[in-house]
Ligand binder design. Structure first.
Ligand code: GTP
Ligand code: MG
Length: 171
């Protein structure tokens, strides 16, 4: 059959936002882990779409590990940035980390696509994806294609829409 194009994908966002849960859900059901634990450092995962083979650097979002992120920026060809939409207090921290990412020399001048998941949309006090987009000031991102989807990492709701968009950006 046709060989799929390989793409290096960075999965970023604060701890507890649901990065590992989302990446796990994108794998075939027989390859999914049952228990998700907080990521230590980072973990390399793979998942496929119809035309692409993604190699994912699923980074830990814990403060003490966030300095690892930048070492993977150079080889990253796409980014998934996950937020916990119910964590209003830390949305400001997520915004700061996003700004640091966007200003990094290995990211700043590249047209790298960024997919945002406004995750945990099932929680009663979750902000809408429009509100998350406003709090992160996504309208200021002019030089990179970006897209935001509300998602539920536990059920997988919203993930396909996001990954379809990402695949379209990479073709
Ligand atoms: P670090 O590896 O520490 O950076 O965290 P992470 O972003 O990988 O988060 P992880 O996937 O470990 O999920 C953190 C917690 O959120 C787990 O208890 C998940 O079950 C839960 N979780 C993930 N996605 C959702 C969601 O959409 N809704 C709800 N209610 N819980 C979720
Ligand atoms: Mg994790």
């Amino acid at each position: 059959g046709l060989k799929k194009k390989e793409v290096h994908l960075l999965c970023l966002g604060l701890d507890n936002s649901g990065k590992t849960t989302i990446i796990n859900k994108l794998k075939p059901s027989n390859a999914q882990a049952q228990d998700i634990v907080p990521t230590i450092g980072f973990s390399v995962e793979k998942f496929k779409t119809s035309s692409l083979l993604f190699t994912v650097f699923d980074m830990s979002g814990q403060g003490r590990y966030r300095n690892l992120w930048e070492h993977y920026y150079k080889e990253g060809q796409a980014i998934i940035f996950v937020t916990d939409s119910s964590d209003k207090l830390r949305m400001i921290v997520a915004k700061e980390e996003l700004e640091t990412l966007l200003n990094h020399p290995d990211i700043k001048h590249r047209r790298i696509p960024i997919l945002f998941f406004a995750n945990k949309m099932d929680l009663r006090d979750a902000l809408s994806s429009v509100k998350v987009s406003q709090l992160l000031s996504l309208e200021n991102i002019k030089d990179k294609p970006w897209h935001i989807c509300a998602s539920n990492g536990l059920t997988g709701d919203g993930l396909q829409e996001g990954v379809d968009w990402l695949q379209d950006q990479i073709q």
